[in-house]
Design a protein around this ligand. Structure first.
Ligand SMILES: Nc1ncnc2c1ncn2[C@@H]1O[C@H](COP(=O)(O)OP(=O)(O)OP(=O)(O)O)[C@@H](O)[C@H]1O
Length: 254
């Protein structure tokens, strides 16, 4: 049945989140849940990701494994970097072909955070620093405006995985709240923007005006406030929720 595509920097917590999801699905459904990933295929990542031909073959094997496992009864979690936009598009086409719902879970970390986790890892699991840096540089961040990157769930390291929203997206095909992708767009844009820049966010036609730098704690707080606000003032016009959140942020960030 559904396909969950994990995505994120190397050592960004993808496997940890994938395991959490697998345990949740095993508890809440009676479907078989398969995790497909570099580990299961026995890939030596430091050699695979240093050689574009080997990497291409590894991606093809992972995709083939997904194709073998995806059917109307199973849930498949693809626990790999999945950092190439074109590859995520191919996975999306595969799910279209098998008429299977899919979603993306992006473990959003900073390069520094992941690099630190990587250095603290058992040496057998570590990426070499050169490979690590190259993968961070090559990373093509998901964007929920693309059909193949949607629905997109962006999780920060201290976030609680939105298990119910993910289940709804897969089993009820309900769209996730736009807030999380908004938060991640701002987080990413801040790395390169200067105060005064207008930042486009997924799903919204209005832009966030960054007048100063904002930290994650503040964004999270505004997100929580907005969620409580919108629960008290529900709108029929769900397509406008992303814009309402942008307006709320622009007021809150002044
Ligand atoms: N949310 C988190 N908070 C703190 N540390 C974390 C978190 N998630 C993962 N880590 C640390 O990062 C390490 C790697 O986690 P994990 O294997 O889940 O990452 P990954 O993205 O699957 O890595 P890889 O790219 O190698 O597949 C873990 O050993 C753990 O120490």
């Amino acid at each position: 049945m559904p396909l969950v595509v994990m995505c994120g920097y190397p050592c960004s917590g993808k496997t940890r989140r994938a395991e959490e999801l697998k345990a949740h699905f095993e508890k809440s459904t009676d479907r078989q849940v398969y995790s497909v990933g570099d580990g299961a295929l026995g890939l030596d990542r430091n050699s695979v990701y240093a050689d574009s031909q080997k990497e291409k073959e590894a991606r093809a094997s992972l995709k083939a494994e997904v194709e073998r496992k995806v059917n109307k009864d199973n849930i498949v979690i693809l626990d790999s970097l999945n950092y190439i936009k074109g590859y995520r598009y191919e996975l999306f086409c595969l799910t279209k072909h098998t008429q299977t719902p899919h979603c993306l879970v992006h473990c959003l970390t900073s390069g520094e955070e992941s690099s630190l986790w990587n250095r603290n890892r058992e040496s057998a699991e570590q990426y070499g620093q050169d490979i690590f840096d190259a993968l961070v540089k090559r990373f093509e961040a998901p964007d929920s405006r693309n059909r193949w990157d949607s629905p997109l769930f962006t999780v920060l390291k201290d976030d609680i995985l939105p298990l119910d929203d993910i289940s709804d997206a897969l089993f009820k095909r309900k769209a996730p709240p736009p807030n999380q992708s908004t938060q991640s767009a701002i987080f990413n844009a801040q790395k390169t923007s200067v105060p005064g820049d207008l930042i486009p966010v997924p799903g919204a036609t209005e832009k966030v005006a960054l007048t100063r730098s904002v930290n994650m704690a503040e964004l999270r707080k505004l997100r929580r406030q907005f969620i409580s606000y919108s629960k008290m003032h529900p709108t029929e016009n769900t397509s406008q929720i992303a814009n309402m959140f942008v307006q709320y942020l622009n007021k809150g960030l002044h």
